[in-house]
Design a protein around this ligand. Structure first.
Ligand code: HEM
Ligand SMILES: *[C@@H]1O[C@H](CO)[C@@H](O)[C@H](O)[C@H]1NC(C)=O
Length: 382
């Protein structure tokens, strides 16, 4: 690299500081007492959204949205035709452009990092990593933005648009929207203090979307552990991937509607989820009423809501996971329980596994070669 862009310096600072934190977490068992009362999604001053969320996914065991694409449908059997140097000659500035837009967007609004990380998950679990989630409604498209998991919840599209328009100026019709999603997710993790990794590239963009696969493939927040494992298996992902990638919930927020069932009626008997730690439970009830307030947000990791670290796993061990899907990872005598414990103890193990699971998730059924297209505008097919 001939030049050192300002964000590179920023990245080094973040990486360095995350290294320091990795050490200090180990030395400081009671990391939580430093942040006793982080409530209501501060830091992000986001508060938004309106209207009702469907509560989370309909019928989970239906058909998948995978496969059927020219690239050899389904998971790539562990191999991928994607590779990090894909734009080396055609658009060498791609990562600089992505990172400079991200740096500004995230410093303006830290929650943007969480939004962009989640976007790749919701893209890849529906027809593979093909930017189908970015498509707006049109005569041929039923937008995935309307699905149970996405409605009034998924965000970050304006930042993707900004990256795309800068890339169209620099290297017209070269960089796919699906690759932008993957680079934006990685960059968001790095800028939040998490691990860095090389992103395999060369995905192309779909000419279709699947609202039904978005409803069926993305797990709802009240999922059981069996349900989570099944939905990840369907994508070629295992229990390490499930637990490591759930660690994404170390940043960002959830709406009251996504965890309300745990507070008031966990099993249809008007009782709360007994795995909730009592003080945490009382705090959550004070921000998430039994009726109404569906769009009030709470941090997924209240101890460090904008920092990518392993506090999420430490909180789960204390009974302070926000979503049912977070807390059930600790189910007794399971492989997932052991993984939660390992990641809570060892931030660098979490970082390593997270990075490799992100690459694996990013390899789900990409369109390559002559399949799909490179969209000019990420919201519409060409
Ligand atoms: C394991 C199954 C998962 C479930 C059930 C789940 C569910 C959810 C729910 C319900 C929310 C809050 C949405 C809302 O209330 O508006 C959320 C937020 C989030 N999820 Fe997940 N998630 C899962 C896995 C993942 C994965 C694999 C990633 C990324 C690789 C991810 C990244 C995020 C992030 C970063 C946020 C915060 C978004 C924001 O602040 O805008 N999640 N998730
Ligand atoms: C999850 O929530 C949905 C929607 O509210 C509900 O229909 C479903 O029964 C719940 N699932 C579980 C396991 O509680």
């Amino acid at each position: 690299m001939a030049f050192l862009k300002p964000y590179c310096v920023f990245m080094f600072m973040v990486l360095f500081s995350s290294y320091v934190i990795t050490l200090s977490v180990a030395d400081r068992p009671n990391v939580f007492s430093k942040f006793p009362s982080y409530w209501g999604g501060g830091g992000d001053d986001s508060n938004e959204g309106n209207g009702g969320f469907g509560g989370g996914g309909g019928g989970d065991d239906s058909n998948e949205g995978n496969g059927g694409f020219g690239g050899g449908g389904g998971y790539n059997g562990g191999y991928s035709s994607l590779f990090p140097g894909f734009y080396e000659n055609s658009c060498p500035q791609v990562d600089d452009i992505v990172m400079s837009v991200l740096e500004q967007a995230i410093s303006r609004q830290p929650r943007t990092a969480a939004a962009l990380l989640r976007l790749q998950f919701h893209d890849c679990f529906v027809q593979g990593c093909d930017a189908s989630i970015l498509l707006d409604d049109s005569s041929t498209i039923a937008s995935e933005k309307r699905s149970n998991a996405n409605r009034n919840s998924i965000r970050g599209f304006e930042v993707i648009d900004e990256i795309k328009s800068k890339l169209e100026q620099a290297c017209p019709q070269i960089v796919s929207c699906a690759d932008i999603v993957a680079l934006a997710a990685r960059g968001s993790v790095v800028l939040s203090g998490g691990p860095n990794w090389e992103v395999p590239l060369g995905r192309r963009d779909s000419r279709t979307a699947s609202l039904s696969a978005s409803n069926n493939n993305i797990p709802p927040p009240n999922s059981t552990l069996q349900n989570l494992i099944a939905l990840f298996n369907r994508q070629g992902l295992g229990e390490v991937d499930l637990v490591a990638l759930s660690g994404s919930h170390t940043i960002g927020v959830a709406r009251c509607v996504s965890f309300k069932q745990r507070l008031y009626n966990q099993n249809g008997n008007d009782q709360p989820d007994e795995t909730l730690e009592i003080n945490y439970f009382n705090n959550l009830k004070s921000v998430c009423p039994r009726s109404g307030g569906d769009n009030i947000i709470s941090p997924l990791d209240y101890s460090s809501p904008t920092k990518f670290d392993n506090a999420y796993f430490q909180l789960i061990i204390l009974g302070k996971g926000l979503l049912n899907s977070d807390q059930v990872l600790l189910t007794q005598n399971t492989r997932t329980m052991e993984l939660v414990q390992s990641y809570a103890e060892d931030a660098s193990l979490f970082f390593e596994d997270f990075a490799s699971s992100m690459v694996k998730m990013g390899n789900i059924s990409p369109l390559t070669g002559y399949n799909g297209e490179v969209r000019k505008n990420c919201r519409f097919i060409n």
